[in-house]
Design a protein around this ligand. Structure first.
Ligand code: PEP
Ligand code: MG
Length: 325
């Protein structure tokens, strides 16, 4: 099976009816780039930068971050790289104010994590934004913001980015003035009030790992409820489909970068919903490509519309099995 997949590496990723599909890699550290390329990644769809932190336990300074981002973008040699700002907190805990006597966090996944933490720590955020901007002169970089729920969080983020740009202009440092800014759709509120996001951002990326956690009220780290963590729950599918359809209507690009994108059993379902950009663990890329090559979007789309009207789990699973047959 492995050698059969390997020869797919150079195959163009498109469906039988000629619909092009982008297959990107999720990475955690610059050292993941060679593996991503080896697996045929056409770009990095999600660079989880918090691993630069978690790897060492304290904050890398601007120069170290710049070197790390530059290494990724240079390594990808002209392919697009989407860098997500720190998604710290919750299961990726590292509290820069540990000594400030924070209250005990009983619900860390609902607490001050990701963009909430970045906006609360402006110095940390400026350092990261400056480092990413500086790296953007070495190749195509997009900026991705995790865990957005509110319009004002986007507005504050864009203001922080403008501040970082203006400080770099003052130093005559080169960077991409038109860097694209995207938002993760991983809180149900964001998927439902999607218009706020479509009006403010250049692209979206659906984080199904958190979207499932928050939609079903299942702590993704709690083994006692892991059997209830279900990507095929009709409510989850409705939110993903709604996000994809809404973005398509206004021509805003949208990808999926949660685990759902790397599951070949879900490739056809997502293709039928309109997804054209998948970002996943590198090890899944060729398996998903194999599915893409054997799929026909024209035939899938009407069947997927029917699946999305089903809300009985048994019927939904049967219909998915037929779609994959
Ligand atoms: C997600 O939530 O689906 C996602 C891609 O981000 P992470 O798994 O890093 O939270
Ligand atoms: Mg997430």
């Amino acid at each position: 099976e492995k050698s059969k997949l390997r020869h797919l590496k150079s195959a163009k990723s498109e469906t039988i009816d000629g619909v092009e599909v982008q297959l990107f890699a999720n990475i955690e550290l610059p050292g993941d780039v060679p593996v991503a390329l080896e697996c045929g990644a056409e770009g990095v769809g999600l660079f989880r930068t918090e691993f630069l932190f978690l790897d060492r336990g304290d904050m890398p300074d601007e120069q170290e971050q710049y070197e790390a981002y530059k290494k990724v973008v240079k390594g990808m040699a002209g392919r697009p790289v989407t860098i997500r700002t720190f998604d710290l907190g919750a299961d990726k805990d590292l509290n820069p104010q540990a000594s400030a006597g924070d209250r005990v966090k009983t619900n860390p996944a609902l607490g001050r994590r990701a963009i909430r933490l970045s906006l609360a720590e402006p110095r940390m955020f400026q350092t990261q934004l400056r480092a990413i901007l500086r790296a953007s002169r070495h190749g195509p970089i997009k900026l991705l913001i995790p865990m957005l729920a509110h319009a004002h969080e986007i507005d504050q983020t864009l203001a922080a980015l403008e501040q970082a740009k203006s400080s770099l202009r003052g130093e005559k440092a080169a960077f991409d003035e038109n860097i694209e800014v995207g938002g993760m759709i991983e809180i149900p509120a964001a998927a439902l009030a999607i218009g706020l996001f479509l009006r403010r951002l250049d692209f979206l990326s659906i984080g199904t790992n958190d979207l499932i956690q928050y939609t079903l009220a299942i702590d993704r780290t709690d083994e006692q409820v892991s059997a209830l963590y279900d990507p095929l729950h009709p409510a989850v599918l409705m939110l993903v489909a709604h996000t994809l359809a809404s973005a398509e209507k206004v021509g805003i690009p949208v990808s999926v970068c949660g685990e759902m994108a790397g599951d070949p059993e879900l490739t056809r379902l997502l293709l039928g919903m309109g997804l054209r950009t998948f970002s996943m663990h590198p090890s899944q890329i060729l398996r998903v490509k194999q599915r893409v090559l054997k799929s026909e979007v024209n035939e899938l789309a009407p069947n997927v519309r029917k699946i999305l009207r089903l809300d009985e789990p048994g019927k939904l699973r049967e219909a998915l099995a037929r779609l994959n047959a």
